[in-house]
Design a protein around this ligand. Structure first.
Ligand code: UD1
Ligand code: CA
Length: 477
């Protein structure tokens, strides 16, 4: 029984990130850097993954436990003495049945499981060679280890950027992206033999490649350079994220999603075929968009569930909320956590909802705050309506019955219930429950004083003249 394990090195501080956050926890398209190599290793068939943690060990371990449950173990590298030393720390944790190991770094988010499968296959087909590694050719090799080959084209060593010894070596554009498949027994032996005789006085994992070259061969498997970029600083982090977002857009496009311009869809978000995403829309976390739904330009969705055929017009913000089938949101609507917009309901511009249910067909089309409420089926909430849900100490609920009509500029002082089919007159401050079918009216009756406008104007003008004279202003000024 052959058994493939993976080791992901993620203990480094990432000095070049200049960050309090450990490098491998910096997010790329919604997930920390370290997520991607772990997920790729599992996808490539690794039965177990050992992540070597050090800087921010607790936080990295907590993330991995949460994201990968039982499938990932960690090993601690208390002091960061180099990538070879980090790999040493993983060996005791490795399952004894693992006869081959995939070795990966925690800072290469763009890698593909298919490349990892290819490097494992190369090792399996290799005969005597104890190691296979990916390589790629880049225009600018700055910072990477260079792949050195002999006259016969065999890989003989990896030379770190800081250890380059000649112009010939500096001219090499074939680099080490940091993905290796190695026979476990060979790896165990060669890690134990590493020495820190290099520019950084570290134990280099890459020296294992030279050792393989001397005993049976190190195989180089060519892979596409764009997928293998390592992240060492935040400029490279931004580049990697751009590439990741582009990759996700391409995948969605091939899966039948219409993608206008450049929406930013995080890894893990689900968008069904025949949905449409507008330019600049941002979809995060556990967001799900169903078939035929439209998320137009500039919308920001976090942990949102958008049902079939719903339309989110531009610049709507939806957080931890659901939008039902065929519902219409925005433009410029704000659904805060706990909002549940029923099928066919409308939430229009400058309407804010929080912890509020709008049942099927309910409408709040303009300028309203609906907090801690339940709006009945087919009810209509007029412009400027406020659910006064907070008394400075506690939140209270507003319940509106089916088909009720709330006139514009009403305040509903919670806790309060408006009955089924009831009518609240425009400008009413509702402080008592309204029975089913009743009209609530709470405003001063209107009086019209005929001809009074001109008299009022004359009086106000005279008052203004008198005030000016008292200040000593010149007339006409
Ligand atoms: C490494 C390779 C280099 C390769 C490049 C690809 C070595 C010596 N060099 O260089 O050939 O071209 O990656 O991106 O391996 N880490 C630890 N413990 C340590 C040191 C590092 O866990 O003591 C982890 C880091 O968290 C990181 C990974 O190993 O995830 C790589 O370390 P980094 O310092 O970024 O190596 P590079 O200089 O990029
Ligand atoms: Ca690196």
């Amino acid at each position: 029984m052959t058994h493939l394990a993976a080791i992901v090195l993620a203990a480094g501080q990432g000095t070049r990130m200049k960050s309090a956050l450990p490098k491998v926890l910096h997010p790329v398209a919604g997930r920390p850097l370290v997520h991607y190599p772990v997920a790729a290793a599992l996808e490539a068939g690794a039965e177990e993954v050992v992540v070597v943690v050090g800087h921010g060990a607790e936080r990295v371990t907590a993330y991995l436990a949460d994201a990968f449950a039982g499938r990932v173990k960690t090993a601690l590298q208390a002091e960061q003495l180099g990538t070879g030393h980090a790999a040493q720390m993983a060996m005791p944790v490795l399952d004894a049945a693992a006869d081959r190991v995939l070795l990966l770094y925690g800072d290469t988010p763009l890698l593909h499981a298919s490349d990892l499968r290819a490097v494992v296959r190369a090792l399996d087909d290799a005969g005597d060679a104890p190691l296979a590694m990916l390589t790629c050719v880049v225009d600018d090799a700055t910072g990477y280890g260079r792949v050195l080959r002999d006259a016969g084209g065999r890989v003989v060593a990896i030379r770190e950027h800081k250890d380059l010894q000649s112009d010939d070596e500096r001219a090499v554009r074939e680099i080490n992206p940091g993905m290796y498949a190695v026979r476990t027994a060979f790896l165990r032996r060669e890690l134990a033999a590493l020495r820190a005789d290099n520019a950084q006085a570290e134990l280099y994992l890459t020296d294992v490649v030279a050792a393989a070259g001397r005993s049976g061969g190190a195989l180089g498997v060519r892979a596409d350079a764009t997928t293998l970029a390592g992240v060492n600083d935040r400029a490279q982090l931004a580049d990697a994220e751009r590439s990741m977002y582009r990759r996700i857009r391409e995948r969605l496009g091939r899966a039948g999603v219409t993608v206008h311009g450049e929406p930013l869809v995080d890894d893990g978000v689900e968008v069904a075929p025949d949905a449409t995403l507008g330019h600049g829309a941002v979809l995060r976390g556990r967001t799900r968009v169903a078939a035929g739904a439209t998320v137009d330009a500039g919308c920001v969705l976090t942990d949102a569930t958008i049902d079939a055929g719903a339309v989110l017009k531009p610049y709507s913000v939806v957080t931890d909320s659901r939008v039902g089938e065929g519902a219409q949101i925005g433009p410029f609507a704000h659904l805060r956590p706990g909002s549940d917009v029923g099928d066919g309901a409308h939430v229009g511009n400058f309407v804010e909802t929080k912890n509020t249910v709008l049942r099927a067909g309910a409408k709040a089309n303009h300028l309203a705050y609906l907090g801690d409420g339940d709006v009945g089926e087919g009810a209509n909430v007029g412009a400027g309506t406020i659910f006064c849900n907070y008394d400075g100490f506690q939140k209270h609920r507003t319940v509106i019955g089916a088909r009720a009509f709330i006139g514009s500029d009403s305040q509903l002082v919670a806790p309060v219930t408006i009955g089924v089919g009831a009518y609240v007159a425009t400008g009413t401050t509702v402080t008592q429950d309204v029975p089913d079918g009743a009209l609530a009216l709470a405003r001063t009756a209107q009086q019209n004083k005929l001809g009074y406008a001109d008299r009022l104007r004359g009086r106000l003008e005279a008052a203004a003249r008198a005030a000016k004279a008292a200040r000593g202003d010149k007339p006409g000024k």
